[in-house]
Design a protein around this ligand. Structure first.
Ligand code: ACO
Length: 469
């Protein structure tokens, strides 16, 4: 048993290290000095629609090199983090800037364990008709319940004592950090959140990093409860002897996961934890920049992640593979899609113009765990054939390759997870990145306020309603 576990974990590590080697052989492109050098504001940049190319802030949290196809968190290569680290360690790294010592990791895990228990929130969720609700909308509801239970923001007694602030965006002095307001309004303010000397002191409390840790610990519990309530089952109490990934699988399925399943889920969580200024991270940061609270920021991230162009794509990929049905049908199906000018789900990326390193890891993992189930094996073969067809058709010319969502759905299906929970799983992981980026941005906050080019008319004469056609 112990030997089997060790063999499985070694096999996964080998898969990741082989993927790293393959990536390094193919890495080819420029080092992007424009995105990695120190700058002084204001900065010149070429901006496309959708803020493509726009530089909104500086960060030390993570970097995506789209032309070379690599991804780092706080300087560490994603392949190394997946091969050697855990989601708990990576979350600590993102939040505090450095990998934890043994003692720091132990304390961090203890805090996460403590905050896994959300009895009241599960009870509240059970009183809603979640079976008729989009799971991502249900997740926002759960986060709102957490906000209500874990902060004192909306409590009349506290709010009435707090100083009132001007809410008109243009009246906030943009360069001035907030000062003088009470904690009940600015829950983020926490000067020393970076690797506090006394880690425990840094982890408790309902404001700042304490809220972030509660969210990282709480989202798996909420998502698992939503999944079970939607099926008419009771939520399962967390098992604090398991890792965050293992406990998440346990709360979802009701079964203690195998070490292999636990490790694969752990890797999926590491892989999705941060990814530059993607739409959901940006949404979370925009909300935070108004000096809203971290729960509202995370809710905004969840809302942005829900769309099929962002986090919803892996669910669409499985539906697509199901629709294709067989390897023989890949070419005719693809021809139809091209005729209709449809996008192929799971391909393409705003930043990557090389193979997405996350897909490099998930592809072989999907192959490995789908091998034992005929239905999944067929799905994997269809996916592989489609990848070849896309590559031959336009992929190479347009630099469009599989993205993280292409193989993640297959991995989750092999872990026995319903497709409607795929996007919430993304949130369970990305909450670490959202929190880290929001805390970092608030250190030098400036409210987000881009401009639009007005192409409308001027000087139109107002027509009273009874004279309008
Ligand atoms: N299938 C077919 N063609 C594509 C695809 C695709 N999946 N993605 C891009 N293209 C083509 C476009 O049609 C366009 O072609 P053109 O220049 O001839 O008009 C060109 O590639 C550039 O595409 P854009 O849409 O401009 O690229 P953009 O950076 O705006 O979009 C996006 C990126 C949204 C991810 C896009 O590739 C897409 O819709 N992919 C499918 C959905 C998906 O997989 N989303 C998950 C992304 S990963 C994540 O968010 C976790």
């Amino acid at each position: 048993m112990a030997k089997q576990k060790a063999d499985d974990l070694t096999m996964i590590q080998d898969i990741i290290l082989n993927a790293k080697e393959a990536a390094q052989k193919e890495i080819d492109g420029n080092a992007e000095p424009e995105f990695t050098q120190k700058i002084s504001w204001p900065v010149d940049c070429k901006v496309g629609p959708g803020l493509e190319g726009a530089i909104a802030c500086e960060t030390e949290i993570g970097y995506v090199n789209g032309s070379m196809g690599y991804l780092i968190y706080r300087g560490y290569d994603i392949f190394d983090l997946c091969a050697y680290s855990s989601f708990e360690e990576v979350s600590y790294l993102l939040l505090f800037g450095e990998l934890p010592s043994k003692e720091e990791l132990k304390e961090f895990k203890e805090s996460l364990n403590e905050y896994r228990h959300l009895l009241d929130i599960k009870r509240l969720l059970m009183s809603f008709p979640l079976e008729n609700m989009n799971p991502m909308a249900a997740l926002r509801l759960g986060i709102n319940f957490m906000r209500h239970k874990q902060t004192y923001r909306d409590q009349a007694e506290v709010v009435s004592k707090a100083e009132s602030i001007a809410t008109d965006e243009d009246s906030i002095a943009m360069e001035t950090p907030p000062r003088g307001e009470r904690k009940s309004i600015y829950e983020f303010r926490k000067k020393q959140y970076r690797r506090p000397k006394n880690v425990q002191a840094g982890l408790v409390g309902s404001e700042g990093v304490g809220s972030c840790i509660r969210l990282i610990a709480g989202l798996p519990t909420i998502v698992a409860a939503i999944a079970r309530i939607r099926k008419g089952h009771l939520p399962i109490e967390p098992d604090t002897s398991l890792t965050l990934a293992g406990n998440f699988l346990y709360m979802l399925t009701g079964e203690k996961p195998t070490p292999l399943a636990e490790r694969i889920m752990d890797i999926c969580l590491i892989l999705h934890a941060d990814h530059g200024m993607n739409a959901s991270t940006f949404a979370a940061m925009v909300v935070a920049s108004t000096l809203s609270d971290v729960y509202s920021s995370v809710e905004a991230g969840v809302a942005a992640l829900n769309g099929p162009l962002h986090g919803g794509a892996n669910e669409q990929v499985l539906l697509m593979l199901n629709q294709i049905g067989s390897e023989a049908n890949v070419e005719p199906w693809f021809a139809q899609m091209m005729k209709k000018k449809r996008k192929i789900m799971g391909f393409g990326h705003r930043v990557y113009k090389a193979y997405d390193p996350r897909a490099r890891i998930l592809g072989p993992l999907a192959k490995m765990i789908s091998a034992t189930t005929p239905e999944l094996r067929d799905f994997f073969k269809i996916a592989q054939t489609l990848e070849k067809v896309v590559n031959k058709s336009f992929g190479k010319d347009k630099n469009i390759f599989p993205n993280v969502d292409y193989y993640s759905g297959l991995v989750y299906k092999a872990l026995n997870i319903d497709h409607e929970i795929f996007t919430p799983i993304f949130a369970v992981s990305r909450v670490s990145g959202w929190c880290a980026r929001v805390l970092e941005y608030l250190e030098k906050n400036r409210i987000f306020r881009p401009r639009a080019i007005y192409n409308g008319e001027f000087n139109k004469k107002y027509t009273p309603i009874n004279k309008r056609k």
